[in-house]
Design a protein around this ligand. Structure first.
Ligand code: NAP
Length: 321
């Protein structure tokens, strides 16, 4: 079957323009899968048409699996060069210190078998201790981020050519203000939870005004994970719209994200569903459908205080996301 074409967006705030496919494949799998399953899914994704992959040091061995799958894809001739792909990986919160950023990206690049990533982002907007005990974490294991010094490390990654673009994830407007006031290179992207069930309008407006592109994670409501459920895929409003249009509920959600001018990373390791998730570009939602979706109940899934502990810093961050 022919591979599907995916629209792209230009990220312009890095001085030099970078083109990013608006749908990326997420590689955080719950429950975790073995190496062969992950590699087979990534190879299938490349065949289907995915050219953008989202990984992180923190996603088990996802960086290694992605690197191995891409090496296989090159050997098999599915792609001619690594440059055809857009790869995002993330600085883990235990390495969120000025002097740890460069070693951290170098570890990720070794894992990925790559000389550069297309986007390197600060994964979580706080610092975690190195030795973490069980959940919930003790309050002293969760520290505020020293944004200025960590961002200097991120800028160094870009200057050295190890990352084509740099950005953040889960940053509130307040944190972005602080970052923009000291950044020599502004963040190109902010990855945040977003779906019809969590529309983050204010933060999106702020990012738009500042030229920061928003990428949605968990755009399908992250069913099957510890932070997700069926609030998106089980929504009756979305199901009715899907039925009327001859689309799936997942496609309605992803199309809605796209129509908000936002890119997205969605995870599926299932051949049929990963194809379906790319097939959202030759149709659109009506004004009436958009209106209905704008009135959906809003529930956030990825809540730091619920996942890590009810600490003031996390409660403040959650309130801004
Ligand atoms: P998601 O993409 O919203 O949902 C993934 C779940 O939906 C999986 O259980 C998947 O199962 C299922 N699914 C996928 N397509 C489907 C379809 N067409 N119909 C029905 N079910 C479908 O959630 P997510 O994994 O949380 O988010 C995506 C990616 O975002 C992650 O993989 C990760 O890369 C990134 N992320 C980043 C952060 C951050 O802090 N920056 C946080 C969370 C996630 P199957 O695989 O069986 O299809």
């Amino acid at each position: 079957m022919a591979s599907l074409k995916v629209s792209s967006v230009k990220l312009g705030s890095c001085g030099d323009e970078i083109t990013m496919p608006v749908i990326g494949m997420g590689t955080s799998s719950h429950p975790p899968v073995d190496r062969q399953t992950a590699k087979a899914a990534i190879l299938e994704a490349i065949k289907v048409g995915y050219r953008h992959f989202d990984t992180a040091f923190a996603y088990g061995n996802s960086e290694q699996h992605l690197g191995e799958a891409i090496a296989d894809a090159l050997r098999l001739g599915l792609i001619e060069s690594r440059d055809e792909l857009f790869i995002t990986t993330k600085l883990w919160a235990s390495f969120a210190e000025r002097d740890l950023v460069l070693p951290a990206i170098n570890t990720s690049l070794r894992n990925l078998q790559m000389e550069y990533v297309d986007m390197y982002i600060i994964h979580w907007p706080f610092k975690l201790g190195r030795e973490m005990t069980g959940m919930p974490l003790d309050e002293d294991q969760v520290q505020p981020l020293d944004i200025k010094s960590v961002w200097e490390g991120m800028e160094e990654c870009k200057k050295l050519g190890l990352a084509r673009g740099i950005g953040v994830s889960n940053f509130t407007s307040k944190m972005l203000e602080e970052l923009l006031s000291i950044a020599k290179i502004p963040p190109a992207v902010n990855h945040v939870e977003m779906s019809p069930a969590w529309q983050v309008k204010k933060l999106r407006e702020f990012c738009k005004a500042k030229g920061i592109h928003v990428t949605a994670y968990s755009p399908l409501g992250a069913s099957g994970t510890s932070w997700g459920d069926d609030r998106v895929l089980g929504s009756q409003v979305l199901q009715q719209i899907a039925k009327a249009k001859g689309k799936t509920t997942a496609q309605i959600s992803l199309r809605w994200v796209y129509e908000q001018g936002v890119s997205m990373v969605a995870k599926s390791y299932n051949k049929e569903r990963m194809r379906q998730n790319l097939d959202i570009f030759d149709w659109s939602l009506t004004e009436e459908e958009l209106q209905k979706m704008s009135r959906l109940p809003q529930i956030k899934g990825f809540v730091f205080a619920s996942l890590l502990g009810q600490h003031d810093l996390l409660l403040q961050i959650d309130a801004g996301l």
